[in-house]
Design a protein around this ligand. Structure first.
Ligand code: GLY
Length: 318
């Protein structure tokens, strides 16, 4: 049994391992671990009290994948339901021939299945951070009026800072019978344009699991993982016979081929069917966590670095 997670999963990994030790499935462990992160009001990139979009609404994205069958479920742009990972799992498990529900459809589905709803998904503290950020876009320091007709393009450009406002949680588990599952949940890029969907709910981009080879999940600038199909690429490299180390490195290096102006940071965690694990990042200093069935608590490890030259608004970035 093994669980790996992005470092913000520390609040959930031990409960997830207890579930595995009691005979729970890899899917159960992934859902339990991620729910605890989604519930954490101090984590501003996932679930309840995440940073909102530019008009102050929290829009959540999540996905879960079952490595036994490649079955998957995902939600995007969901408002009012903090446990996005549980709704994503229900999309996969209910009688519904779909993989991804977005926006009002995801919310309708969440209501229909009785998912836990919250009237208010943001605290006053986070609303104040959003108001301050918005006010900083105006010389006068006033908050611009936000109606459905307000042009947002300039606001989004002015409030863009991908290094400070991205975040997401990843969990990947192998259970006692060797089944693999992976899950990702996020509130996405803070101050994003309404309707922006990142890689987290896109199977193959931010999340992929296949019992026969392994699994991968991403955090970072989702637009890049979508363009390069990063999580699927890594698992495909495993299928082609590469070692986990080489497959992960190749999946990261593929991101260097992305042309254009908006290129930021990327991080991934991955494991193979034999229980080897790895974490990579395009920047130094990142870590991920893991726990095996015989460990009482999780361990943190450094991510190896594969650099990606970053470009933003016409300029190279460190
Ligand atoms: N990786 C999360 C996002 O881009 O939304």
């Amino acid at each position: 049994m093994l669980i790996i997670a992005s470092s913000n999963g520390a609040i959930g990994i031990e409960a997830a391992m207890r579930a595995l030790l009691k005979g729970g499935s890899a899917l159960d462990a992934v859902e339990i671990g991620i729910r605890l992160v989604e519930a954490n009001p101090d984590e501003h990139s996932v679930g309840y009290n995440g940073y909102p979009n530019i008009v102050g609404e929290l829009e959540l994205d999540a996905s879960i994948m079952d490595g036994r069958s490649l079955n998957s479920g995902a939600v995007a742009l969901m408002r009012g339901f903090p446990y996005a990972i549980s709704v994503a799992r229900q999309v996969m498990e209910r009688e519904l021939p779909h993989v991804l529900l977005a926006g009002q459809g995801a919310e309708r589905f969440a209501r229909e299945i009785g998912a836990e709803q919250r009237e208010e998904t943001l605290t006053e503290e986070i609303r104040a951070v959003w108001r301050k950020r918005l006010a900083s876009t105006k010389e006068s320091g006033d908050i611009p009026d936000l109606t459905d007709e307000t042009p947002l393009l300039d606001l989004v450009k002015l409030t863009t800072d991908p290094e400070r406002v991205l975040g997401t949680v990843n969990f990947i588990a192998i259970d006692s019978v060797g089944d693999i599952a992976s899950g990702v949940s996020t509130s996405g890029w803070a101050w994003k344009y309404p309707g922006r969907i990142g890689d987290s709910p896109i199977i193959g981009a931010g999340n992929f699991a296949d019992n026969r080879y392994g699994a991968c999940a991403c955090t970072g600038m989702g637009e890049m993982a979508i363009r390069a199909g990063t999580a699927r690429s890594l698992v495909l490299y495993l299928k082609m016979g590469l070692s986990l180390q080489e497959a992960a490195r190749r999946a990261m290096e593929d991101l260097r081929d992305l042309a254009g102006d908006y290129i930021g940071g990327m991080n991934l965690i991955a494991l193979n069917k034999d229980g080897q694990r790895i974490g990579l990042s395009s920047r130094a200093g990142g870590s991920y966590i893991y726990q095996t069935g015989d460990m009482d608590s999780y361990q943190e490890c450094e991510r190896e670095v594969v650099t990606i030259p970053m470009r933003w608004g016409g300029e190279a970035r460190e």
